[in-house]
Structure formats: structure tokens, C-alpha cells
Ligand binder design. Sequence first.
Ligand SMILES: [Zn+2]
Length: 187
Amino acid sequence: MKCHECGGNYKTTQTNFRIKSKTVGNITVPNIKLEECKKCGNQLLDDVASLKVSEHVRSKETEALGRQPISDFIDAQETVKILEITKQALSKNPRIQRRFILARKLGKYNFYLKDSVLKYKESGDGRILLESGDGKYAIKGETFKLLQSCGNLQKNKILSFARKSKTSGITAGSGSLETPSEELLEN
Ligand SMILES: [Zn+2]
């Protein structure tokens, strides 16, 4: 398979994969097997690798949410009041299900991060940065799209990433998948 960015050859490699989460910043996912273009650094992840990345990011986000003071969270009742929607709409809304509002479960109930609810109301995207991640991998100009929910991974769908050079960072890949909770820096 030739690289669609530059026509170079891919090489299978096992490496740390870097990704930016809107919630916890830069994350390094260790030991991801991927195809990397020897010429331009474009990276391809298969289903297995994508799932591994997605699960890793998700667990980091869940851990970070668990470290937020419980007093920063509100219950569903207060959340629907702020959003002016019904409880059913809250639980069925696909964007909310896809974690555009940061929430955590306590017992069998969901609690929503109040700042996230307010931001969601304002912009439709309640994801806020809770922690800055491991920082050292901040790369400008990255765009990365990964399926938000592990369950939505489509068979044989390959996510593609382009990394032009160390100075220009990662540029847009060909991933045309739905915007996830994970997204690399856009500028
Ligand atoms: Zn290439």
C-alpha cells in the first residue's frame, strides 16, 4: 500500500501514539501497532489499534473526571433545568451520549460537571480541559478524528493520519469519521 499523502511506502511499526483529548490534553498511548509512511510519517491505524487508542483515551478521561471535586457536579434534575430539556432528551441525546457533556456515574446515577453543562448550553460542546495531559507531545497543526465510541468502530475502516514533519506537526488525515471526544489540536 502506498501512502496517499506522498506515495511513499508504509512500514509496520510498534510505537507510542500521541493524541490530544479535549478533556485531558495530550495523551501518549504506548505500544500501538500502526503503519507509518517512511517518507512523510503519515500513520494508519487499523480497527484494533483504533480501539486500543479509543479505550485508552476514554479511561484517562474517566480517571480525570473522577479526580474532580464532587461538588462541581450536578444531578440530572438540575442539568435538565439548565438545558431546558426533558430528562428523556438528556439521556437520549446522541451528542450527550457521546460525552459532549462531561459526566460521571455514582452508583447508578449520572452526575454532570456543571461547567460542562453550561458550556454545552452555550455552544453545543461541553468538553472542557480538566487536565493538561503529559504536555510534552503538544504538536501544532494536528487534526485527528477517531470514532468517539468504541462500539461504533466500523469494520475495515482505516483511520489515517498525516504527519508532515517535526516542525509542521501532524496535518489533517483522511479520517472522515464522526467527531469524537478525542481530537487532536486544530491549530
Ligand atoms: Zn507519506
